[in-house]
Design a protein around this ligand. Sequence first.
Ligand code: ADP
Ligand code: MG
Length: 691
Amino acid sequence: MYVKGVGPARAAMLEAKGLKIVEDLLSYAPFRYEDRSNVKQIGALAPGEMATVLAEVRTTRLSGFRRRGLGMFEATFTDPSGGVLAGKWFHGGYLNDILAPGQRIALFGKVEYDSYSRGLAMMHPEFEILSSDDDRDSSLHTGRVVPVYEAAGKVNTRVFRSLIHRVLESLPPQNDPLPPHVLKQMKLPDRWTAIRGLHFPPPDSDLRLLNSFRSPAQFRLIFEEFFWLECGLELKRARARLDPGIGFQLTDRVRERIKQMLPFKPTGAQKRVLAEIAHDMAAPHPMYRLLQGDVGSGKTLVAAEAAIIAIENGFQVAVLAPTEILAAQHYFYFKKLFQRLGYTTILLTGSSTAREKTQLKKLVAAGLAKVVIGTHALLEADVEFAKLGLAVVDEQHRFGVEQRQKLLEKGAHPDVLVMTATPIPRTLALTVYGDLDVSVIDEMPPGRKPIITKHVEDSRVEQVYSFLRKHIDQGSQAYVVYPVIEESETQAMKAAQKMHEHLSRIVFPDLAVGLLHGKLSSDEKESAMERFQRGESKILVATTVIEVGVDVPNATVMVIEQAERFGLAQLHQLRGRVGRGAEQSYCILVTEKLNPAASERIRTLVESNDGFYISEMDMKLRGPGEFFGTRQSGLPALHIGNILRDPDILEIARNEAAAFVAHPPQESDLRRAIEFIRDHWQRRYGLVQVG
Ligand code: ADP
Ligand code: MG
C-alpha cells in the first residue's frame, strides 16, 4: 500500500486485517461515530453536557487493586482557560501505562459535578492522545462528527482517521461503477461522495442514522456491495444453467406413478415446490435447487416425487445423508414408498461389510439399483452408477461444496436437489448458497398441533418421569436424548447407557426401554430403531444420533437431558422428532447448569416452533460465520454490508441486481458490470467464472 505514513510495520498490521490496497482502506467502515462538534474550553464546561476538550494531562493516579489491573484510575487535565477537569476510570489499571503527565489529549464525554474533588469530572471519557503532528489535522479528530474505527494492531482509530483523510485528499474523484440508471432510480449519492460521507460525515449529519448504518452514504455503499455480490451470483447461476443437462420427460405415466406412490394428499406448498423442481428437471440443463422447509414439513416426500421423475426416465437416483442413522431412515422411508412401484432401493454405508459393499456396488454399476441411499461411502471412487440422473443431498450444512461436486461427477450433469431443515429467509438463502435456486415449503402437513415445549430443572426430573408414564399409559411413545458435543460420543454414550439402566430397571421396570447410540453396530442400530418404530419399545434412550430423520408418528414426548449443551438448531431438529401425528406432542428441556447464552436458547424454543425464526435467532446468537460454517458457504467477507443487520438492503439489492442482469438497459452496461466484477471481485469473492 503506497500511502504516506504507512511503512512496513503498519502495512503488516493493516494486511493482517485484510487491508491490502488503498481501495480496502477506503472501504474500511467506521463501526461507530461520535459527535464531537461541541469543543469547549474547560473553563466553559457545564455539568450535564456532552463535550470535547483539548487538554494536557497534569497528574495520574491509580488506587485500589493495582496488581489485578482493577482499582480506579484518575487523572487531571488543564487547558489555557485555566480550568481543571478530572477523569475517572473504574478498573482503569491498564491506563497507568498509557496516560502520562505532559501528554496532549482530546477527551470526549459527559461532564459531571464530582462531589469528592468538588470540581468537574468525566467518568470513563473516550480519549485520544494527540501528538504534535496531529495539531495540523486536529480538526479531523474533534469539532465534528468523528468516525471510530476498529484498531488493527497498533494502527488505532486516530491513525486510521489520518491515513484515510490523507488518501481522500490525494485521490482524484473517481468514476461511479454502479449502472447510471440504478443510481438515478434509487436516488443514491455517487460513490465518491458516499466514501467521503462514510469517513467524514457532513456537519448536518444525523448521528442516530450514522450509528444505525443508514446515512445516505452508508446506504449507498452497503447497497453497492450487495448489488455487485448479487450480480455476480446471478451471473454465475445463469452461466451454470447453460451447461448441458438431462431434460426429463414429464409424461402422463410419470404423473400416474407419482399418484400411485403418494400415501397422502400433498400440501399446497409441496405441490408448488414439486412444480418448481419438475420444471427444472424438464429443462435440458442441470438443476441446482435448495429445498428449504422446517423439520417435518414433508421435504422427503417431495424428494421421492422427484426421484420418480428420474427413474421413470430410465435414470438412477442417489440420496446422500450426513449420518448412518439418517441414511437408514431414508432407506426405510423410500423403500416403503417405492415398494408398490417395484423400484430396487439399496443402502450403502461405511458399516456395510466388504462383501455386502461389493455386491451393492455391482447393483449400482449395472443400473439395477434405482435408488441408492448412503453416507459419505457413496462418494468413494469405486461407486459407479450406470446412469445417475438425480442427486439428492440431505442436510446441506454438513456437506462441503467439494463433496457435492464428487457426487455430481458420478453422472453426466445430473440434477441436484439439496434439502435443508435449517431454513433461512429466501433472499439470504439465495445469497449464502449462491449457486442454488431456492424452493421453500412454508406449510406443515394438515392436522399438526404445535408442540408444547417446557423447561424443567434437573432437580424436578421425577415430575418428568410421571409425565412420561402418563403418556405411555395412554399408548404413546417417548424419546429421552443425551447430547453429543463434538467428539464426546463416548461420554454421551455412557450417559445414555446409565440412563437406560436407570429407566429400565428402576423407573419403568414394567416397560420396554430401547437404547440407541453411535457406537452400536449398524445391525444393532437398525434393530433398536425398528423395535421403536413397531411400538415394541415404548421409550427410546438415545444420543443425538437420532437428531435427524427418525419418523415415528406415535412418539409424542421428547425429553432432552442437559439441554443447555445443545445448539439451537439441534434442539429444534430433535424436537421435530415428535409432533408427527395428530396427537398433541411435548418437548421437555431438562437443564443442569444454565448460563445466559443457554437460557436464551431455551427461551427461544419454549417461545417458538417456527424453524425460520429459530434459524434467525441461531444466526444472531452464533454469528453467520459459525452458523453456516465458513467452508461450506460461498459467502464472501463483506466490507460494509452485514447480512444480519441489513437484510432489507440485501433484498432491495438482490431485486435490482436480478432485474439488471436479466434486462440491462444496454448490453454495454452489462458488459461493463461484468468487467467491474471481474476486476474487483476475483480477489475478494473468489468468483472465478462470472459471465
Ligand atoms: P421433513 O423431511 O421435511 O422433515 P418428512 O418428509 O420426513 O419431513 O415428513 C414428515 C412426516 O410428515 C412424515 O411422517 C411424512 O410421511 C408426513 N407427511 C409428509 N407430507 C405429508 C402430507 N402432505 N400430509 C400428511 N403427512 C405428510
Ligand atoms: Mg427429513
